[in-house]
Design a binder for this molecule. Structure first.
Ligand code: PMP
Length: 290
C-alpha cells in the first residue's frame, strides 16, 4: 500500500505518498500508542467530518495524549488531503501517534504526529454481499471490558483482536466475525456495529464496551424518522435465532446486510433495504423522500 502515487498530509504539509515513513523505534509501533479515524467522502464532501475529527481528538485524550491540532484544523487538513487526491468519492484515514523521540513504556516527551491519507475504496464487503448478505462466524476473541482496555477510544491496539478474528473468519470461509463482549453478550463485528430486526423493530447492543459508531447513530436516526422503534439493550447469542434480519453499520462498511451468523440465517428484508437506501441518500446530502 506504500508504493503508489499520491500525497499524504503529514504533520502539517502534503508529502509524496512514498515518502511518508516513520522510524522503527516509533513508540506507537511497540506500545500501540496510536488512534485513528475512518471516514468517507461522497461527491467531494466528507460525511460527518467534524464528528470524526472530534472523536479522533477524544480517542487520543483517552490514551493520554493531545493532538497538536484543533478540530477545525483537522477538518481543514482532511479537506486539503481530499482535494489533493483528486477523488470525489474516497475513504479517508486520519492517524495520530506517539513518535520515536523516546523509547520505553513511558514516553511523555514523545512527539505526537498526525497523518491523513485518502484513497479509493469501493464497497467494503464487495457488491455481492450487498445483495446476498454477509456470512459471519462468532469470533474466537471477545471485546474487552471497559476496565480492561480503553474501549471508548478508536485505539489501534483494540484492533489486534479484530484482525485476528477477521483472519480466522476468512480462513474458515466467512466474510467477517461477530464478536461477543466479555460478558458473552453480542457486541459488534470487527469493524462495524450490528443491528437486528424483529417484528418491525430494530434491536442493537448498548455500546458500553465498544465504539458507538457515527453510522450507528445516523442509522438509528433514520429508522426513528421512519417511525421504526429502536431498542438498545443487552443481546445474548441465544436470541439470534429469533431475529428476522441483521445488518452491520460503519463508515467504511456503510449499511450491509448479514445473511447468516454461524447456523442462524437472516433474510435481506425490506427494513434493511430501506435503511441501506436512506443511508446512501443521506451521505450524499439528499433530502429523504418519505
Ligand atoms: N466498531 C468498530 C470496531 C469499528 O472499527 C467501526 C468503524 N469505525 C465501527 C464500529 C463503526 O463506527 P463508525 O460508524 O463511526 O465508522
Amino acid at each position: 500500500f506504500d508504493d503508489r502515487d499520491g500525497m499524504i498530509w503529514f504533520d502539517g504539509a502534503l508529502r509524496p505518498w512514498r515518502e511518508t515513513n516513520v522510524h522503527v523505534l516509533t513508540h506507537a509501533m511497540h506500545y500501540a500508542s496510536a488512534v485513528f479515524e475512518g471516514q468517507r467522502a461522497y461527491g467531494g464532501e466528507i460525511f460527518a467530518l467534524s464528528q470524526h475529527s472530534e472523536r479522533l481528538i477524544n480517542s487520543a485524550r483517552i490514551l493520554g495524549f493531545e493532538i497538536p491540532w484543533s478540530r477545525e484544523q483537522i477538518d481543514a487538513a482532511c479537506r486539503e488531503t481530499l482535494a489533493a487526491s483528486g477523488l470525489r468519492d474516497a475513504y479517508m484515514r486520519p492517524l495520530a501517534w506517539r513518535g520515536s523521540e523516546q523509547m520505553g513504556v513511558a514516553a511523555p516527551k514523545s512527539k505526537i504526529h498526525l497523518a491523513i491519507a485518502a484513497w479509493e475504496w469501493g464497497a467494503y464487503f464487495g457488491a455481492e454481499a450487498l445483495a446476498k448478505g454477509l456470512k459471519l462466524e462468532i469470533a474466537p476473541w471477545r471485546r474487552p471490558a471497559p476496565f480492561t482496555a480503553p474501549t471508548a477510544s478508536k485505539a489501534a491496539g483494540l484492533y489486534m483482536i479484530c484482525t485476528m478474528s477477521k483472519h480466522h473468519a476468512s480462513d474458515h470461509g466467512y466474510d467477517d466475525a461477530l464478536m461477543l463482549d466479555w460478558r458473552g453478550q453480542v457486541a459488534e463485528a470487527t469493524g462495524a456495529n450490528v443491528f437486528f430486526v424483529k417484528d418491525g423493530a430494530l434491536h442493537t447492543p448498548v455500546p458500553d464496551c465498544f465504539l458507538d459508531g457515527i453510522t450507528r447513530r445516523t442509522v438509528m436516526g433514520l429508522a426513528r424518522a421512519r417511525g421504526v422503534e429502536v431498542i438498545e439493550r443487552a443481546i445474548w447469542p441465544e436470541e439470534l435465532e429469533q431475529f428476522e434480519q441483521c445488518f452491520l453499520t460503519g463508515s467504511a462498511a456503510e449499511v450491509v446486510p448479514v445473511g447468516s451468523v454461524g447456523p442462524w440465517r437472516f433474510e435481506v428484508g425490506a427494513l434493511t433495504q430501506q435503511l441501506m437506501s436512506d443511508y446512501a441518500a443521506t451521505v450524499r446530502g439528499h433530502v429523504l423522500n418519505r
